[in-house]
Design a protein around this ligand. Structure first.
Ligand code: GLY
Length: 356
């Protein structure tokens, strides 16, 4: 099974995609004399903990996180750090992030800050975390004023991806991850887009060959992008396709109605409408992307969402630079460019069209 190298100025590591790798995790842990701390949720541990624990010969403690976007806050990191100290953690300790994107962000940030930084290994258990969040070293928590506003880049020692764990993933969580796969197809892989467009039955049935191909292609793209631009100074911004308007939708609904991937689905639909209005994308490609998004739906209701309020929130996005909102605009399937200075009335019209 494939293995993809991520090479950043500070660290080189592999993201491995392999069925059954959960039972070989100990083989890939760095040799440190310190104790291992597994950060996870009770749900993930109940489903998959036994398979992981069976292979761990070294001393370890399990730190449970309550889960959920609303708990992804600094106080929860502090609580976990206190638990680590109580269980004998020191500078030589190692964190293993075992869960979805929120667990990965929290555990990564815990590792980035505990005693000024200890290593972390990412073992993602949701599709969204496997194809995106676990790779690239973005870690952090939410502030009251916005999502992921407090954090650090902290690259993992390794990312170990076992597609087998997706068999127990809830349907809604799985579909939320599929939108990030569509994103990868639109930004960089016509082949991946074709799979998502034409083989939705296999994708939704979690046919192993298709799932493995989807994950591997996304990990390949993410590894290449992060290797080229760790700190999002340029190329990495393409990974935000659909995210600017998606983040506005998440904030507008207080992070409680939409899963991140679902908000990205809406954001992608809105940007495709915008690209149609600006003439950046052909009508037939736009129609293919919109159809592909729809076939993995539905997402929660958009009925009470105000287009004006969403447009206002764009100005508050953390990626807005000097008041200029940046959008990742599709040019054709597999190619996007980052633009700013788009006419506000066009943005409003595109959001209205996506709201339907
Ligand atoms: N999820 C976008 C990135 O890692 O840059």
């Amino acid at each position: 099974m494939p293995s993809f190298e991520v090479a950043t100025p500070g660290k080189r590591y592999f993201a491995k995609v392999e069925r059954g790798i959960l039972e070989k995790v100990s083989y890939y842990l760095p040799e440190t004399p310190g104790k291992l701390f597994i950060v996870t949720t009770e749900d993930v541990w109940r489903l998959h903990g036994a398979r992981l624990a069976r292979t761990l010969a070294r001393p370890h403690s399990i730190i449970f996180f309550r889960g959920g976007e609303l708990n992804k806050r600094l106080f929860a990191v502090e609580e976990m750090a206190e638990q680590m100290v109580a269980c004998g953690a020191d500078r030589r300790s190692l964190v293993l992030a075992f869960g979805g994107g929120i667990v990965g962000d929290m555990a990564g940030f815990l590792a980035a800050s505990f005693m000024r930084g200890i290593p972390v290994v990412q073992v993602p258990t949701t599709l969204l975390a496997q194809v995106d969040a676990s790779i690239g070293g973005k870690t952090g928590v939410n502030l009251v004023s916005g999502k992921n506003l407090f954090g650090a880049f902290h690259q993992p020692e390794a990312v170990l991806i076992d597609p087998e764990v997706l068999t127990t993933l809830q349907d809604r969580e799985y579909r939320a991850g599929l939108y990030e796969v569509i994103k990868c197809g639109v930004i960089a892989s016509p082949r991946l887009f074709e799979i998502m467009f034409r083989h939705s039955e296999d994708v939704l049935a979690k046919t192993p060959a298709v799932v493995d191909e989807m994950i591997s292609e996304c990990v390949r793209i993410k590894a290449e992008v992060v290797t080229a631009d760790e700190r999002e100074g340029g190329l990495r911004r393409i990974l935000n396709f659909g995210h600017t308007i998606g983040h506005a939708l998440e904030a507008e609904t207080n992070y409680t109605r939409f899963l991140h991937g679902e908000a990205v689905a809406f954001g992608m639909a809105a940007i495709v409408q915008l690209a149609l209005l600006t003439g950046d994308l052909s009508a037939s490609s736009a129609s293919d992307v919109l159809k592909t998004i729809l076939q993995y739906g539905p997402i929660p209701s958009l009925e009470d969402i105000s287009s004006e309020r969403l447009a206002m929130r764009l100005a508050q996005d953390k990626k807005t630079v000097l008041g200029q909102v940046h959008f990742v605009m599709p040019q054709r399937i597999g190619s996007v460019k980052v633009v700013s200075g788009v006419d506000e009335q066009l943005v409003l019209s595109a959001i209205r069209a996506a709201l339907g």
